[in-house]
Design a protein around this ligand. Structure first.
Ligand code: DON
Length: 559
């Protein structure tokens, strides 16, 4: 909670005296921030041609599928939250679904143990992709330019190719042994690609060309669908033509809540992001974070304890809302969180073994990618898209030119057994045919005094929610600009395992020692980076400031 105006002003004055204040790209009217300059540019060009944020969403999402195969995709899915210039809000769920032949125990052996890698590598890990349905649903409802016009520069980019960056070279090298393990035949990414090389994507260009001509059904019912199913079955998968034909993106109601004078609009289930973010922010709102100081012991304690309790609830209550009843209203109420935080003390850490999900009477009816868009009309889009792990299941369909996701790992394969992000789940997130797996994705839009204020989101698996949280707090509580807020070192707690995961640089040694003394276990070894936040802040003078995460090749482009 922000204390007084006096304190606020004092802090601003102090802060602006700091020499190392960084500022992001500033534009007058419109901006796209994404994981690759080429994708941000294509999105921004669409806006400059007179397209709106929804046209730019289609362009940026598909341009990332070409330029950022690590996470950008047409073989995965995602979530989009929007706020129109009229203040109208909404959300789109284009999350993958379990195939019709999926079942609760599909990743267990005859003794009931989880079979290693079955939900993460190869064809059995793949959920029904939602991205193509997502972009077409967006375009159909809100688009203003013809789809062919939007796809044209993307197809040209795929044909022309993209220059390999240093970070991309490193990523390809790191995962190449999996490509060899999973794919029967050589794939494009087996080559020893080096920084400065150009990778061309002719197969993906051909797939996108067919989609541009025949529309969404090309992917779900047409020639592409048939070729994809043949490929999946040839690789031991269970996805059928019926699975693809039945896929639909769904419009959802976003989760909304307040924090001081902010209104937060975030993604609803099957993404856990909005609910968890609400629970954490409700938990910390009564405390004077701004007084404690950024990444101070007390601020980190309050945030960690609120996170611990929210993730315990996540694990128990959340799943696909079309399959399980979720007590959303209660979970995000200030009253409920007040009770959850009642046993918190600054004197010592609450062990996660003492924290379970809250009790509620059920009567209430390293590789995803995020982009943020604000258009020249004042419409805003926050979208996060993924194939889950780095290069998804590592299964690459050379015929069609894309990687397939391993999103099935986001289900709880067995209650209590952690998935690849260490998240444990329960009944609510068990595998069922046609169910959507629970996600941590948290595309978020923030209003201040009723006006558009910030667009924010990030990849990072379970750390997505807490990275979005810290970015909002850095701006609101600690008076940072957008780029500065994005650059700050980040930490994360998710109930189980009972550790504070921290980026290895940037935290005060004294703070770390104090936290250890209070009983917190710190893990600085497993996460060189936490999240890659791409965000936009509306400045008081009406301009836009981009926050493009330097942890990746992320770039803000606009005009
Ligand atoms: O939906 C989810 O929560 C995950 N599949 C997201 C994966 C992710 O962010 C990986 N990036 N580092």
């Amino acid at each position: 909670m922000k204390k007084t105006l006096l304190l606020f002003t004092a802090f601003i004055t102090l802060y602006s005296c700091k020499k190392d204040k960084v500022t992001g790209v500033i534009t007058e009217k419109a901006m796209v921030v994404s994981a690759r300059k080429e994708a941000s540019k294509i999105g921004s060009d669409i806006l400059q041609k007179g397209g709106n944020a929804f046209d730019a969403m289609v362009a940026t999402e598909l341009a990332l599928a070409v330029s950022y195969p690590y996470a950008g995709n047409i073989g995965g899915g995602g979530f989009m939250v929007y706020r129109k210039n009229s203040g109208e809000i909404g959300a789109l769920d284009y999350r993958e679904k379990a195939p019709l032949a999926a079942h609760k125990n599909m990743y267990l052996d005859s003794l009931g143990n989880v079979i290693e890698n079955k939900s993460t590598l190869g064809a059995m890990a793949v959920g029904i992709p939602g991205t193509v349905a997502g972009v077409f649903a967006t375009h159909e409802k809100f688009g203003s330019l013809p789809i062919q016009e939007i796809l044209k520069p993307i197809i040209a980019l795929a044909k022309r190719g993209l220059i390999v960056t240093q970070k991309q070279e490193d990523r390809i090298k790191k995962y190449q042994h999996y490509f060899l393990e999973v794919n029967k035949d050589p794939i494009l990414f087996d080559k020893p690609w080096k920084k400065g090389d150009t990778i061309k994507y002719p197969a993906l260009a051909a797939t996108l060309e067919r989609i541009a001509i025949n529309g969404r059904d090309e992917f779900y019912k047409g020639e592409t669908a048939k070729r994809l199913v043949a490929f999946m079955q040839d690789n031991g998968g269970i996805i059928t033509e019926e699975d693809l034909a039945k896929y639909e993106a769904k419009w959802r109601t976003p989760v909304t809540f307040t924090y001081d004078d902010l209104r937060i609009i975030s993604m609803s289930p099957p993404a856990s992001g909005g609910i968890c973010l609400a629970q954490i922010m409700n938990g910390i709102e009564p405390f004077d974070l701004d007084k404690y100081g950024h990444n101070s012991t007390k601020a980190m304690q309050v945030i960690t304890e609120a996170e611990r309790r929210a993730y315990a609830d996540r694990s128990f209550y959340l799943g696909d809302p079309d399959f399980v009843e979720i007590p959303i209203k209660t979970l995000i109420s200030k009253e409920y969180t007040k009770n959850r935080m009642a046993d918190f003390s600054f004197d010592k850490a609450t062990p996660s073994t003492d924290v379970s999900h809250g009790s509620i009477t059920m009567f209430e009816s390293d590789e995803t990618t995020h982009y943020s868009i604000v258009d020249q009309f004042g419409n805003a889009i926050s979208a996060t898209t993924t194939i889950n792990g780095a290069y998804g299941s590592k299964l690459y369909c050379s015929d069609l030119g894309f990687f397939l996701n391993n999103e099935m790992d986001d289900f709880s394969s067995k209650p209590g057994i952690p998935n690849m992000f260490g998240l444990v789940g329960a009944e609510a997130n068990k595998i069922e045919p046609e169910k959507r797996m629970l996600s941590s994705m948290t595309p978020t839009i923030v209003e201040k005094n009723g006006n558009l204020y910030m667009v924010v989101g990030t990849p990072g698996g379970s750390t997505i929610i807490t990275s979005v949280l810290q970015t909002i707090l850095n701006v609101h509580e600690f008076d940072m600009g957008m780029q500065e807020a994005v650059n700050q070192p980040r930490f994360h707690h998710q109930w189980l395992p009972d550790v504070i995961k921290m980026e290895p640089t940037g935290f005060d040694k004294k703070v770390k020692n104090k936290l250890r003394q209070l009983g917190y276990e710190l893990d600085e070894t497993n996460s060189p980076i936490i999240g890659k936040v791409d965000a936009i802040l509306m400045l008081p003078n009406g301009k836009l400031e981009g926050g493009a995460d330097p942890r990746g090749d992320d770039t803000a482009v606009g005009f």
